[in-house]
Design a protein around this ligand. Sequence first.
Ligand SMILES: Cc1cc2nc3c(=O)[nH]c(=O)nc-3n(C[C@H](O)[C@H](O)[C@H](O)COP(=O)(O)OP(=O)(O)OC[C@H]3O[C@@H](n4cnc5c(N)ncnc54)[C@H](O)[C@@H]3O)c2cc1C
Length: 391
Amino acid sequence: MDFRLSAEEARFQHEVHDWLVANLPAGWGTPAYRMAEGPEEKVRFARWWQRRLYEGGWAGLSWPKEYGGRGATPLEQLLFAEEYVRVGAPAMIDIGVGPALVGPTLIHHGTERQKERFLRGILTGEEVWCQGFSEPNAGSDLAACRTRADLRGDVFHVTGQKIWTSYARLADWCILVVRTDSQAPKHRGLTFLLVDMKSPGITIRALVEMTGVAWFNEVFFDDVQVPRANMIGELNQGWTIAITTLAHERGGSAPHARLQGEMRDVLALARRLLLTTDRRWRQRLAQSFVETEILRLLAYKQVSDIMRTGQPGPEGSCLKLVWSETDQRMKEVAIELEGPYAALARGSSRAIDAGCWQHEYLWSRAATIYAGTSEVQRNIIAQRVLGLPRE
Ligand SMILES: Cc1cc2nc3c(=O)[nH]c(=O)nc-3n(C[C@H](O)[C@H](O)[C@H](O)COP(=O)(O)OP(=O)(O)OC[C@H]3O[C@@H](n4cnc5c(N)ncnc54)[C@H](O)[C@@H]3O)c2cc1C
């Protein structure tokens, strides 16, 4: 297999590099640069950066040009992601739900009117989205969702609770999966709505994660009114729409780029701690490096699959499984390299790298839970990729 880039692809790569370097915030990446702190400030910064990407023509990379995107091929998206990490550009996860999940779902299933209303605000960062799927008793089994929506005339009345809703406090809009038919089999009684987070009847309570930061929330709906015009697809057909969103969540990225960047940081940490001549650490570091290389090849394979089939399929679960577990093992190496200093977290003046590895280690535990747990990914691979019977 030949991984060399064509002249055109190499030109694209240079174009990305040059634009990013010219447009990063002044002083970005230097010790003097003051990074945004806490969810509110981070989301404000992400909105600003998203706007800059939009004005430069780099927002909605995968979206068709007719909807304001760049219409980049999956390979160009991968090259962009690699270059993005190489120059250390700002992580985009803080307002990622809109561009990565809502946009592609709307492009696939929305009416022209809905696309016209919502897509531009996602691209420019003016409207931030959250994902209201999980409930206290419906996580992996999303179809068990119990938040109810009764259609009266042209208005849905929504009552129930969502949980683990990242960014809900800071979001303008929410994609919401609700039950509209309690008599039908569970996958057939769901509907997919777009909900204005400022609607009367919504109460949001922050949940603090093990990192000490409160990204996620509980969201309570008490007779919240949602116009029928904000329904995506047909009544009771929400499961199909949600599957599209989840396929983009699991398969639509290039996670190897970030992990390769972090692998370089872990190696630098080992060098600074003078541990690179120790046989035990050399084995662990080499193993982590091999895993990130496997991940890279898997991401390339997925890109070529998507170029062939046109959209992410169940094979995306392989990539999700491998990146999330590789991520955790790498962060375990980092934290163990620190020895007793691993006990010092952010805020301690003696913490190594300002406590960033403690934070990364704790945060990496979430990777095998969100966007479908590792067990769920293995079930998908068993049934939909390998064709094994259901349990
Ligand atoms: C950082 C983070 C951010 C999140 N953000 C959002 C968000 O913005 N919006 C949103 O809607 N949700 C969000 N979630 C929730 C996430 O989607 C759920 O946590 C996830 O789907 C698992 O559901 P659960 O927590 O209810 O666990 P459960 O589904 O109750 O699972 C508990 C355990 O049982 C296992 N299990 C469950 N079913 C099976 C099965 N069939 N076979 C084998 N094992 C099984 C699971 O793997 C897990 O180990 C987020 C989660 C995290 C950690």
